[in-house]
Design a protein around this ligand. Structure first.
Ligand code: GDP
Ligand code: MN
Length: 391
């Protein structure tokens, strides 16, 4: 689950990381009022930032600096009219603008292959890290955190020195270890600060000093671990969720979209993976992973069918049900109802065994569904149907 910058900053703040203050505004007038408050307490300028769950807001015109409340209102209005990478901007973050000396990149990311958290840093911040990785891979520093102990102080110091942050060692070490701690505290997949910046700070006597601040924050949480953190579910932004993901979540389905052409509807995660393997072995490409779960009723089956057919690449569907708690006849009724509503006519091969398989077979035969007795046969016929749809 992706969360908004403002929410990600709250998590960093809770872990003691240096984040400048902010307010979230849904209208240009509210942004103006927020800007007035920051300007009244000593900010020379304010920054207005689109709150959308995509990167590259700066380049898209979604980050603006304003010197007055008037300018802030104008900036907020223009940002609230934007659509960034297809996402309409519904709210903005307003905060005092930092006086940036230099930008860095620092993130903690879960490396599943190495089964540990990796700290990734670059002195070329501000730019997207994917771009740095392509243009100048040497400019990226990676350090593996200890799976049990987290990022050790010497490792954090190593990162600081390699990024040229020796003059800010104490802050840099606190931030680096704080990132890894944030990962562990919330079961995050990614905690990214881009830019982490050296900023000038002027005290009331006019003395300028420099310090590090987290000016942007991106946190991705592990959906499967959300049940361990009851408070985090509130950070889900339903406006920004992919429509297919939302429908799946609301229907209680486990759905992961893939790139192939054969839609798969299966009960049980293990059987769903086996089904995908067999589709591949038969020479096809699955369009999705979909587990309708145990005991699925007709409505759930219909929701699953809508999800599968919402993908325009799907040109054949394979239904594989092993009835245990799930009753075959219930699934068959769901399929029949779903086909009546469906706008697209896509060939479907159905294999239902186990509880009430006979009742299911009768229903499907009456409704003229194509059925298969074995999974191998079902996979082969679905692949053949997909091929002839292309031909
Ligand atoms: P992103 O483009 O979506 O990653 O949004 P960021 O929050 O990272 O902002 C993009 C760029 O805007 C940063 O790399 C900075 O150069 C600039 N920026 C962001 N916040 C401030 C700020 O407080 N002061 C100044 N001067 N520039 C900022
Ligand atoms: Mn950024």
């Amino acid at each position: 689950m992706k969360i908004q910058e403002a929410d990600a900053k709250s998590l960093l703040l809770a872990q003691g990381l240096p984040v400048p203050p902010w307010e979230v505004a849904h209208t240009a007038t509210a942004a103006r009022a927020a800007a007035e408050r920051f300007l009244a307490v000593g900010a020379d300028q304010v920054v207005i930032k689109a709150q959308v769950l995509v990167g590259g807001r700066g380049k898209a015109g979604g980050v603006k600096i304003a010197r007055s409340a008037d300018q802030a209102e104008v900036a907020a209005r223009s940002i609230l009219e934007l659509e960034i990478k297809g996402m309409p901007v519904r709210k903005v973050l307003v905060g005092p603008a930092a006086d940036i000396v230099k930008e860095f990149y620092l993130s903690a990311v879960l490396d599943r292959a190495r089964r540990r958290i990796i700290l990734v840093g670059s002195a070329e911040g501000g730019v997207e890290i994917e771009q740095i990785a392509v243009d100048r891979p040497d400019a990226i520093v990676t350090i593996e955190a200890d799976p049990l102990l987290g990022l050790l102080p010497f490792q954090a110091r190593q990162m600081a020195f390699r990024l040229g942050l020796g003059a800010h060692l104490k802050d840099a070490v606190a931030i680096a270890t704080g990132l890894v701690r944030t990962m562990q505290a919330y079961d995050a997949d990614l905690v990214e600060i881009n830019p982490l910046a050296i900023v000038n700070e002027t005290d009331p006597d006019g003395q300028v000093s420099q310090r590090l601040q987290c000016l942007d924050a991106k946190v991705t949480l592990d959906d499967s671990a959300l049940s361990r953190h009851p408070g985090l579910e509130e950070l889900r932004d339903p406006d920004e969720e992919d429509p297919a993901d939302r429908e799946a979540r609301e229907a209680g389905l486990t759905f992961i979209k893939l790139d192939g052409t054969i839609g798969c509807m299966v009960n049980g995660a293990g059987l769903a993976m086996t089904t995908m393997d067999l589709v591949k072995r038969a020479g096809g490409e699955p369009a999705n992973f979909l587990d309708i779960g145990g005991g699925a009723r007709a409505e759930k089956v219909a929701a699953a069918m809508r999800l599968i057919l919402a993908d325009p690449k799907v040109n054949a569907i394979l239904v594989n049900i092993f009835g245990g708690i799930t009753r075959g006849d219930e699934v068959a009724r769901g399929l029949i109802a779903a086909r009546e509503q469906q706008e697209r006519d896509v060939p479907m091969v159905v294999r239902i065994v186990g509880t009430n398989a006979e009742e299911a077979a009768v229903l499907l035969r009456e409704a003229r569904f194509e059925t298969a007795a074995t999974l191998d046969e079902a996979a082969e016929r679905a692949v053949a149907a997909s091929r002839s749809a292309v031909a």
